[in-house]
Design a protein around this ligand. Structure first.
Ligand SMILES: *Cc1c(COP(=O)(O)O)cnc(C)c1O
Length: 386
């Protein structure tokens, strides 16, 4: 049982997922197989990708993306600093250097196309964008810049299954899309992820690298000798299993309706915040495209001490979080230099004021009222001269 009256996130899990898992157990085939193939096909169809490969999580999806594009030592990859650390870690796994890029503004927390241009050097090979909270990055501008400078584009779509811009879904704009099915994401299998691409050459690399660099599956099909396979690359075991794929297929069928629930709740949050606590800013007021509403970020008034605020919410049984402490400020990233003479003004100012409120499909409007009332009370408490 949760210690929170209103937790930050919660999963819509029920009888359908239970039945799907039990059916897999009855079939007695647990590692990657038929269920995973169906999940991949259904996911590819849903987002409009030519190829989709299920993997253990989004972090390894990002690693595979960097490997498949041949990124390595001496290469620079542009990444937002306002993201989960895995976005930047994947670049370091292959020996390349992440360069941290600013967000667009305090109203739009996605990577700034203008600052991408500022950060390009002769060594820049790729850009990893992240659709913050489910709100799409400015993909038309980013793809234009990428074309002009001959850069690959990877989408960290961990927040954004079902989000779209100009009718085109997140994860199919760039060369490769990476999705997460971690416990608190919009589509959850506990642990899990998906790599999408429209490029046959990349698809083949990802398929092989996901499973030890072995050619066994295709070779086996053609020749019928299960013991005779070649290893054509230094591969990994990044597979997903049938139990998780079975859960994923059910979750995928629920995704649209659950994203719609999230949208209604965000609209209600905005209305209530405007009425009751108008000094709270809510980013992405008029953002283009369709969000998947993964997060409900707010910005506290500048004078409000965030830890006191979060403590006040906790005393009222409401869980809040921070998305994100900027990656460039982490100890393990201190050696990773920024482009000379730059500071990430918006990223750092956001990082000190942002608080994420509870948002999940089963949240009720009455609970949103409670959260907003708690914000009202907590803001009074945390006023400097209270
Ligand atoms: C959750 C998340 C990841 C990592 O996903 P895992 O499936 O947990 O590895 C990567 N990037 C972002 C932006 C995330 O939110």
């Amino acid at each position: 049982m949760s210690v929170w009256r209103i937790p930050l996130a919660d999963i819509d899990l029920g009888e359908e997922e239970k039945a799907a898992v039990l059916a897999v157990l009855d079939r007695r085939w647990l590692t990657m197989g038929e269920e995973t193939q169906h999940f991949e096909q259904e996911f590819a169809d849903y987002v409009g990708a030519t190829f989709a490969y299920a993997v253990s999580n989004c972090t390894v999806a990002l690693h595979l993306a960097c490997l498949a594009l041949g990124l390595g030592p001496g290469d620079e990859v542009l990444v937002p600093s306002l993201t989960f650390v895995a976005t930047a870690a994947a670049v370091r796994y292959v020996g390349a250097t992440p360069r941290f890029v600013e967000i667009t503004s305090e109203k739009d927390l996605t990577i700034s196309p203008q600052d991408i241009v500022n950060c390009i050097t002769p060594r820049t090979r790729a850009i990893i964008v992240m659709h913050y909270g489910g709100y799409m990055c400015d993909m038309p501008s980013i793809l234009n810049i990428a074309r002009q400078h001959n850069l690959f584009v990877i989408e960290d779509a961990a927040h954004s299954p079902g989000a779209s811009l100009e009718g085109r879904k997140a994860g199919v704009w760039g060369d490769i899309g990476c999705f997460s099915f971690f416990s608190n994401k919009n589509l959850s299998t506990g642990e899990g992820g998906m790599v999408t691409t429209h490029r046959q050459d990349i698809a083949e690399k990802i398929r092989v690298l996901r499973s030890h660099g072995m050619t066994a599956l295709t070779w086996d099909r053609h020749h019928g000798h299960a013991w005779s396979y070649d290893v054509v690359a230094l591969g990994y075991n990044y597979r997903l299993d049938e139990l998780r794929s079975a859960i994923g297929r059910v979750q995928l069928r629920k995704l649209e309706a659950n994203n719609q629930r999230r949208e209604d709740l965000v609209a209600y949050y905005r209305e209530k915040i405007r009425e009751r606590v108008p000094n709270i800013e809510v980013p992405f007021e008029s953002h283009p495209g369709q969000s998947s509403y993964h997060l409900m970020p707010i910005l506290l008034p500048r004078e409000t001490p965030r830890e006191h605020f979060m403590e006040g919410m906790k005393r009222r049984g409401i869980q809040t979080s921070i998305h994100y402490p900027p990656v460039h400020q982490f100890s393990a990233y201190q050696g990773i230099t920024l482009v000379q003479g730059r500071d990430l003004h918006f990223t750092e100012s956001i990082a000190n004021r942002e608080v994420t409120l509870p948002l999940y499909p089963m949240l009720t409007k009455a609970q949103v009222d409670e959260v907003v009332e708690a914000i009202f009370e907590t803001l009074i408490e945390t006023q400097p001269n209270h």
